[in-house]
Design a protein around this ligand. Structure first.
Ligand code: HEC
Length: 108
C-alpha cells in the first residue's frame, strides 16, 4: 500500500510538471468513488457497476490508451445505451492522456 501511495505521488508530480494538471488529486476527487483509491473497484459504486480490478494486467489490457482517453472525455455506455462511466467535465486531451497514464500506473 505504501508503495502504491509513493508511486502515486511520483506519477502525480510528473504529471503536474508536464501538464500543470494533477492526475493524483483528480483521481482522489473524481475517480476513487467508483474505481477505489487503489483501482480495484471495491467500492459501493464499483460493485454496483461490476467495475474490473484495474490493478490486473487483464483489465489494463482490455482497453487501449485511445479508448481510455475517449472514455474520460465522452464516458462509456452499455449496449442498451445506459451510461456506465460518465464523461469527466473539462478534460482536455492532455489531461485525459495524463489521467490514462496515471491509470496505467495502478497495475501491480
Ligand atoms: C460513475 C463511476 C465511475 C467514475 C466516477 C469513474 N469511472 Fe472509470 N470506469 C467506470 C466503469 C463502469 C468502467 C468500465 C467501462 C465500461 O464497462 O463501460 C470504467 C472504465 C474506465 C477506464 C477504462 C476505459 C475502457 O474503455 O474500458 C478508464 C481508463 C477509467 N475508467 C478511468 C477513470 C478515471 C481516470 C476516472 C476519474 C477521472 C474515472 N474512471 C471515473 C466507472 C467510473
Amino acid at each position: 500500500m505504501k508503495r502504491i501511495l509513493l508511486s502515486a505521488v511520483v506519477v502525480s508530480s510528473l504529471a503536474v510538471a508536464a501538464y500543470g494538471f494533477d492526475a493524483s488529486a483528480t483521481w482522489t476527487d473524481q475517480c476513487a468513488k467508483c474505481h477505489g483509491a487503489d483501482g480495484k473497484g471495491e467500492t459501493k459504486m464499483g460493485k454496483k457497476l461490476s467495475i474490473k480490478d484495474y490493478t490486473t494486467a487483464e483489465a489494463q489490457a482490455s482497453f487501449t490508451d485511445v479508448e481510455g482517453v475517449k472514455a474520460l472525455k465522452e464516458g462509456t455506455k452499455d449496449k442498451n445505451g445506459k451510461i456506465r462511466m460518465k464523461a469527466i467535465e473539462g478534460m482536455t486531451d492532455a489531461d485525459a492522456q495524463a489521467m490514462v497514464k496515471f491509470f496505467r500506473g495502478l497495475k501491480k
